[in-house]
Design a protein around this ligand. Structure first.
Ligand SMILES: Cc1cc2nc3c(=O)[nH]c(=O)nc-3n(C[C@H](O)[C@H](O)[C@H](O)COP(=O)(O)OP(=O)(O)OC[C@H]3O[C@@H](n4cnc5c(N)ncnc54)[C@H](O)[C@@H]3O)c2cc1C
Length: 496
């Protein structure tokens, strides 16, 4: 075959498309603007300690479970070493002084919560079964063939996660607890569709793991496979333009002027970044306006904590904390109450880890809070920006100390990131964590298609289909399916 596919961006979406297409005989070139390949999969090392930036835990990784089957197909299993999170409390939801644990499996999940909410046992069972039903009815999620490629049941797209939870139980505290890990999808009340909550809940409930040694092993393994199949993956290769003739895309231009021609082009960038590179009549003004008008998920402020050696026992759960019972608050926080919530998790450097080397302490932050430095670049934002970051980090660490007493004394040093960091590293709009917000009240408008008006220019990544390790891999199958047929790829996965 030897058709050349140029992939712009080496995030999980770009690399997965690169892998699938190289495996199927396409000549693949993945071009990445950063020095490190992987996008959100990239890690950084400071003072010998490694930090993940955008992939902290994964689910459904037991033999036969969905992600395990995708990983087998993508030749990732030999490279990814896993450490299971506490099966009885993989996520701990802390709301205004009370803690609730999510346990793996239906029985454990229901029983653990029913101990605190005994009169809600049957509602919890119903909740769990409905969630599983949503996952089972998504053909790609359950790796079933589909002639119509009806990827999701419209009823699950048009219904909000918050309304669904309220319909299952009238208990206000349980409603909050069930939605408590929503920073995983930056959920917005009355907007985030049911399918997002359901697929993510089901995905992590099946089994829950940290990646020992860091999530960048996924990017490294995919890059090695693409190269072994004759493709290339280049760092420091920023695409600054996509050239088109009268009917299609013909080449990309890199920052240094190099031009690379291709038969097909796949953009792994945020759709707004893709549009900025296209100066062609083939893209209509109405499409540009629609994409520009879409709301993006909120960004975050993160403290990357380096602990003193062998001082703090490894915490094998993720802690989602809220000062008040308002888990849906998201980016709507009041400045004087920030941070009203946080997510805290230890990073896993080896499968038998006893003490924590590092942790992530994350909360929501709107781009507006750092908009003053919008025109600056990483490392050159000035002392007032550094002072703001120190102040915010101290506020966060104070909150952490209240919930995990004794932690501060074990901190050796810490680093921080803001919405500007994510904007500049991955090109995501205003540092948005998960890209374009899916809105059940505008289901069609808030979905971005893998197709563009340029027939040989496709899109992939978290803005297409859904975010997260599973959402992006499924999105890459949908995108690659434009060239290979989705059912062909599914057959390969099922045969792997
Ligand atoms: C803080 C945070 C925590 C998360 N935690 C988890 C988690 O625990 N589990 C989970 O499953 N998911 C998690 N996610 C979500 C997950 O990381 C993302 O959905 C996924 O990795 C996004 O992949 P992507 O392919 O869409 O794009 P990205 O990873 O954003 O990659 C896009 C790439 O395109 C490159 N690029 C942009 N412009 C250009 C250009 N002009 N030329 C060349 N290259 C360009 C960028 O540099 C980048 O490498 C998290 C995300 C964030 C932000």
């Amino acid at each position: 075959m030897d058709k050349h596919v140029v992939v712009i961006g080496s995030g999980l979406g770009g690399l997965t498309c690169g892998y699938i297409l190289a495996k199927n005989g396409y000549r693949v070139s993945v071009l990445e603007k950063n020095a490190q390949l992987g996008g959100c999969l990239q890690n950084f090392v400071r003072h010998g300690v490694k930090f993940e930036t955008g992939m902290h835990y994964i689910g459904s990784m037991e033999e036969g479970q969905t992600l395990h089957r995708f990983f087998r197909y993508l030749s990732l299993l030999p490279h990814v070493k896993l450490r299971a999170l506490d099966r009885m409390a993989y996520d701990v939801i802390s709301i205004a002084g009370e803690r609730f644990s999510f346990a793996n499996g239906e029985e454990n999940f229901v029983e653990t919560l029913a101990q605190r909410f005994p009169s809600e046992r049957s509602n919890l069972q119903r909740y769990f079964q409905l969630i599983n039903g949503v996952a089972a009815s998504s053909p790609l999620y359950s790796l079933q063939y589909s002639s119509a490629i009806a990827l999701l049941n419209p009823a699950h797209i048009k219904r909000s996660a918050s309304e669904f939870i309220e319909s299952v139980t009238a208990n206000k505290l349980l409603q909050q607890a069930l939605a408590g890990n929503l920073p995983l999808y930056a959920g917005v009340k009355d907007k985030t569709p049911l399918y997002i909550h359901a697929l993510i809940t089901n995905f992590y409930n099946a089994s829950t793991y940290r990646i020992a040694g860091g999530s960048d092993v996924i990017a490294h393994a995919l890059v090695r496979s693409i190269r072994a199949m004759g493709g290339c993956a280049r760092a420091n290769a920023q695409v600054t333009g996509i050239k088109c003739d009268d009917s299609k895309a013909v080449s990309v231009v890199l920052k240094d002027g190099e031009e690379i021609t291709g038969d097909y082009f796949i953009s792994n960038m945020h759709p707004l970044r893709t549009l900025e590179l296209l100066d062609t009549h083939l893209i209509r003004k109405s499409y540009r306006q629609r994409i520009a008008g879409l709301q993006n998920t909120v960004s975050n402020f993160t403290v990357y904590i380096h602990f003193k050696k062998n001082s703090l026992p490894y915490f094998n759960s993720n802690l989602y904390h809220y000062n008040e019972p308002n888990v849906w608050e998201g980016g709507g926080y009041a400045q004087d109450k920030w941070p009203g919530s946080f997510l805290y998790m230890h990073l896993c450097s080896s499968v038998d880890q006893q003490h924590a080397d590092a942790a992530i302490l994350m909360t929501y932050m709107n781009f507006a809070d750092v908009a003053k430095w919008e025109g600056t670049r990483i490392g050159q934002r000035g002392e007032d920006y550094e002072a703001l970051k120190r102040k915010k980090a101290e506020l966060m660490l104070n909150e952490l100390e209240k919930q995990m007493p004794g932690t501060r004394a074990n901190i050796e040093r810490y680093y921080t990131s803001t919405p500007l960091t994510y904007r500049d590293y991955t090109g995501t709009e205003k540092g948005s964590m998960y890209g374009i917000l899916r809105d059940c009240t505008e289901p069609v408008q808030s979905m971005v298609s893998q197709r563009t008006k340029i027939s040989n220019l496709l899109q992939t990544g978290q803005n297409i289909n859904s975010h997260g390790i599973l959402g992006v891999i499924i999105g890459a199958i949908i995108t690659s399916g434009e060239l290979l047929g989705v059912n062909n790829i599914l057959k390969q996965i099922n045969d792997a």
